[in-house]
Design a binder for this molecule. Sequence first.
Ligand SMILES: [Zn+2]
Length: 276
Amino acid sequence: MNFSFIQMADPQFGMFSSISKLSKSEVIERKKRGINVTYSDKELEGFEKETELFTRAIEEANEFNPTFVVVCGDMVHDSESKEQLEELRRVSSLLHDDIKLYWVPGNHDVGDKPTKALLEKYRERFGEYNYSFREENCYCIVLNSAICYDPELVPDEWNNLISFLERELEIASRSNITHKIIFMHHPLYLNAPNEDDNYFVIPLRRRSRILDLLAEHEVTAVCTGHLHKNNYKKFGTTELISTGSVGYPLGEDPSGIRIIELTDTKISHKYLSLES
Ligand SMILES: [Zn+2]
């Protein structure tokens, strides 16, 4: 049966304010790392812009009425901020009750180097971070990719994650399901499967374990965020879709959301701008 869902990423409450407080030299340093922020003399407080954009995203979702909405990480900029979390909760509660909402952890939610304490805090706030669910003809797997990015302080978590993924893909492959989709925050790579490690992607050593599983199980798509701009690649039969941010954009693409449609044979998707 055909159905559609909406993927969002990086509403990141607090990022506009944080960026506005960077000095000129900090902006230059970020640009060198490929993070395209804009320097402004005006400092912002709070998260008015994020509220406006995320509210528009939720309103679009209510109008489109998909089966579910998935938010692919970086819900807030600062996981220590109660205000950012409360505003995220307030706006997300505007989503109609009959549209399911799934959360995916990002590096701003659990840290660039996750610890047991940060992971536990996430679990209390949002629930499990590696989990699966089934919708119609699609088996969906959510992964905590911050663990793939840097599991040094939580090595067992990486072992758990990769065993979980193997097990879930085997279950999906044995059942009579058309599509398998993985949701996580970090992209696997930007341009080439064997590219060097960098801030934006999962390091090669762990990336290749995941890529092998995508090929073995003919995964339909891996949907990610983190880049704050769109990026599309194809790995074998798997579509790698990185979706621009609901919040602060870091590239040419405006803030936006993605509508994904699944039929019995194919996947199609389009990016919808939130800019008026
Ligand atoms: Zn991120």
